[in-house]
Design a protein around this ligand. Sequence first.
Ligand SMILES: [Zn+2]
Length: 126
Amino acid sequence: MSAEPRTVTLVTVDRGPVTIPEPAWCAGHSHHDPRTTYAEIIHSGPDIALTFRNATLLTASIVQSPHASRSEYRLGGRIEGASVFPLGETLDPMGLYDLAADLVSYAAGLRRLAVELNEIFLGGER
Ligand SMILES: [Zn+2]
């Protein structure tokens, strides 16, 4: 077992091949575009997806652009965040907790709606 830090070598348009530290959570760079600049390099973790039947409703994954000039939580920022689609935002941990709480509330609303719909069916209100 190696104690050496994990690295990845990527080709960039402005610096050629660069070797950078690879976070343990990064899912790799199989879709890396060599026209990417050094500052645009982005680490992305595996997606967590909410899929119902064949529709993907929501995805989230950890992202980080370690060489970017932005330091806030945003896609393309230096600080790790959770990129959420289709929200189109990169959230900090508290934002992600807020999203999870809203999803739990939404699930409760769906269950109430299912109960109401079932009562309509059973009551013959159709
Ligand atoms: Zn990476």
